[in-house]
Design a protein around this ligand. Sequence first.
Ligand code: C2O
Ligand code: CU
Length: 502
Amino acid sequence: GSEAFPAQPPDGKKDKKGGKAGKSKTSDPRASKVRPFQDLWIPPILEGKTLDLSLAKYQRLFLEDKATPTYGYNGHKFWGPTLILNQDDTVRINVKNELEEVTTVHWHGLHLPAATDGGPHQLIQPGETWSPTFTVKNNAGTYWYHPHPHEKTQKQLTLGAGGLIIIRDPIEAKIDLPRTYGIDDIPLVLSSRRFKTDNQFSYEGDNDKYGDFLLANGTMDAQISLPAQFVRLRILNAEIERGYELGFADNRTFYQIATDGGLVEKPVPLKRLKLMVGERVELLVDLSDKDPQSSLDLMAYNAGQSFGFPGGEPDKGPPNGSYFNDKDFRILRINLTAPTQKRVTKLPETLTVNRFPSESEVSTRRNLQVTAGRPRFSFDNKFYDMHSTNQIVKLGAVESWTITNNNIFGHSFHIHDVQFKIVARGNEAPAEYERGWKDTVYLPRGKSVTFLAKFEDYASDTDPFMYHCHMANHEDGGMMGQFLVSKNPAALKKDANGMVRI
Ligand code: C2O
Ligand code: CU
């Protein structure tokens, strides 16, 4: 077929004026080669009340001539199976570490006890198995799992360790939505990689955060056959730093039906959607107007260096490049086929009713600042310290958190334990597509975000939850804090700063 769009992201480090020219900023010449399409890999499903995951190292051929060392779960040479969990089920997950280094597995977006959360404290040593048991409390939606060992997250993610989690619940099950996995309900994990000359993934240098080879579910130059009907896409941005501005090549309208934490109240029509690192979205797109045998590209568009949230100065991005892309490129070639027998034929008018915490319930307001700077960022001038808490929250409290970024770079803020409700970006209300449950939010340079969350169900005076920038290089560099949710904060033994030694 014709190549209307480049298949690969551009090098994010272009510097036309030549400043900071000391570092290598040229993209890999292999990236601009036109290669044949490959079928999008659909991660197989792992379902049930007892699940086994095992992380090991592999070799996989991405580029011709030499295989790339990778990590993967359950024999997959990159990434892992999609876990399907049912709300209210109590599940046990046995995670075996077959690596030669320590790992953890964090269930991103899930509300569960801190000791089962899989953050930096729940280390799984080489050869060991960690077996958390928890009850699935979240709404139907798209979540994910990935390693979270302090200072090793970027490496392990880059090598391929991660997987999706789909939660099902009775509310979602009653709506007429596409849900035949791999047929009209498609998982789509976006990331990109940079290769060294020996074909190893690069994950230590300053340029590694913006790969020049796009991987969709680990597939390079991906294509998929989809029926010409309503199709659901579950999209995760699993990048290190790059944001995506998504849209279709013919500029068609699509509908957002879910944010990080599940369904929105009614479908939100969009032509473009920004998705930052760690965020998920579920989209419905009506392809019934397309001829079987035609094709359509899902694209990443140039968002420039202005993210364009109202009420703030334009985001200038990093000094020598944008973390959004500076060129359009194709994410996925969609080849249309005949509609399936059983199919969704109309857009649902309403989806769910979300009961968000309200301003009047707020008992505590916290203000966090993004501090320090390249290459290491922090919150409130404190780099992550595993042995000290940064916040103490009372069990059951509804809190308002404002994160202010008067720093030199945009960030992607993520908090464990809760799903939150964004109430303001600066002085403005959030855009419609950000009005659902969230656990990760883009924090542009020069702006602030305020959200409300209820910290309920799980308390521990010894096991903290994390909050951090989801740009893995920032997280590894110490842009992370931890909080305890305590039944009785007053009774905790605190240090001179009012914090607890862990
Ligand atoms: Cu997806 Cu604390 O991470
Ligand atoms: Cu950051």
